[in-house]
Design a protein around this ligand. Structure first.
Ligand code: PLP
Length: 453
């Protein structure tokens, strides 16, 4: 199919496998800042930065030029033979920014791979420490840690797993904080001790000597619509993990790299993990890239034992990828991107609450920085969610899409954790005026959609 300019427009029966097979897709021709344009000239406000990826916006020439320069110099070297300047510089810059002690970095191609590698690192460490029985990982529900089999096993989203069992069995779960549906009278006051007690019960039930690690997203992303922890939560969690010798892993694939208004979300919540993973915004979508940051002391143990972490993949620290990370980091520093995310993020959070909370179908607005979630409900007094069969958030989002606002959805009904959620996470370079456009379009969309429901 072609449009007037002769460009292909949609591929309803094209050959691409990994997309919805029964729908056709607009073809994006280019992007600029927070906007995307399709081949028919339609403009979309990218209110979720793709999948909270496009941190420095679309069509960013400063970043693209730097990657281009690196590609001309060298695009790939085998990581078992060589390293490159961009990879070394990115590692030292990230480690200098990172919470104290995280002083070694590795680079992979996706968040799922970084999570897998992080858990494999921890498992190897326990074997080298002479405690191979420490093989279980505690994860939270809801949560999302990726789609490869180990990362999927660790993801507290049961409906994602329904076709793939049996998955890795050494995974145990504990509830994650979700303020709107915690059932607590005073979530801010009691949340930390309530969820910490549930974690400790899990540890004791499973046997502390069998547990290798605890994994958590400092701010829960797509599975709970930007749900921050209650005050003091990570201090309590860390105290429990330390007491039982359990290592901690912060998954900042979504909430890291400035999204919360701090480069590392862990810092915002006084979380000092043994291992931390980054992804998405680290390269802003200009190359597949994720990072694994590890405490030097853990690596030292391996260096003196087996000699090193037993993990290899073709695209490990490839300069074509790390050049993107370095260019994005430089862009962040030159243009104050994290400070912008903090300042405009505060504005976004305030405007969302002011404009959306009065609407009859908006039960909750939550989030921090440029990461927010809106839960839609049928009845605000009882917090009754819409019946899943009505596909409310899907309907709303496809209407917003038609109106040129792209947002992400989540439905936790299958997990019993939340109702219909709209997820907001624009590029970190967004301005207050652009936030106004986003919030106004969203409010108008919700109002008109709900009137017709
Ligand atoms: N961890 C978190 C918190 C995520 O949000 C995601 C992706 O959404 C992942 C891991 C997996 O990352 P990727 O899709 O790059 O494999």
């Amino acid at each position: 199919m072609q449009n007037d300019a002769g460009h292909p427009v949609r591929y309803p029966e094209g050959n691409v496998l990994l997309r919805h097979l029964a729908r056709d897709f607009p073809v994006v021709s280019h992007g600029e800042g927070i906007y995307l344009f399709d081949t028919q000239g339609k403009r979309y406000l990218d209110g979720s930065a793709g999948a909270l990826v496009a941190s420095v916006g679309h069509g960013n020439r400063e970043v693209a030029d730097r990657i281009h320069e690196q590609l001309l110099r060298v695009s790939y070297v085998n990581g078992t033979h060589f390293t490159t300047e961009v990879t070394e510089q990115l590692a030292s810059r990230l480690c200098a920014l990172a919470p104290a002690g995280l002083s070694r970095a590795a680079f992979l191609g996706s968040g799922s791979e970084a999570v897998e590698a992080a858990i494999k690192f921890i498992r190897q460490l326990w074997v080298e420490r002479g405690q191979p029985q420490r093989a279980k990982v505690i994860t939270r529900v809801p949560s999302y840690h990726g789609n490869t089999l180990y990362a999927l096993s660790l993801s507290g989203r049961p409906h994602y797993k329904k076709f793939f069992g049996p998955l890795l069995s050494e995974v145990v779960t504990t509830p994650a904080p979700y303020p709107y549906r915690s059932g607590l009278e005073d979530y801010a006051r009691d949340g930390a001790s309530y969820y910490a007690r549930l974690l400790e019960e899990t540890v004791q039930r499973e046997g502390p000597e069998t547990i290798a690690a605890f994994i958590a997203e400092p701010v829960i992303g797509s599975s709970a619509g930007a749900s921050p922890p209650p005050p003091g939560y990570f201090a309590r969690v860390e105290e429990i993990c330390r007491r039982y010798g359990i290592l901690t892993l912060a998954d900042e694939v979504m909430c890291g790299c400035g999204r919360t208004g701090r480069f590392f979300a862990s810092e915002l919540y006084d979380f000092t993990p043994d291992v931390l993973v980054l992804g998405k915004g680290i390269s802003g979508g200009y190359a597949p890239l994720s990072a694994l940051l590890i405490r030097q002391e853990h690596l030292e143990k391996m260096r003196l034992g087996s000699g090193g972490f037993m993990h290899a993949q073709t695209y490990l620290q490839a300069p074509a990828m790390t050049a993107a990370g370095l260019a994005v980091l430089d862009y962040y520093e030159r243009h104050g991107v994290v400070a912008n995310a903090a300042r405009v993020g505060e504005y976004l959070q305030r405007r969302l609450r002011e404009v959306l909370l009065p609407l009859p179908s908006v039960g909750s607005v939550q989030g921090v920085g440029l990461m927010a979630g809106v839960e839609l409900v049928e009845d605000k007094a009882s917090k009754k969610p819409f019946a899943r069969s009505r596909k409310v958030v899907e309907g709303l989002l496809s209407e917003l899409f038609a109106q040129g606002l792209v947002l992400w959805s989540n439905t936790g009904h299958a997990d019993g954790t939340n109702g219909d959620l709209v997820m907001i996470g624009p590029p970190l370079i967004i301005t207050e005026a652009e936030v106004d456009e986003l919030v106004e379009k969203l409010a108008r969309g919700i109002t008109s959609f709900m009137e017709r429901l």
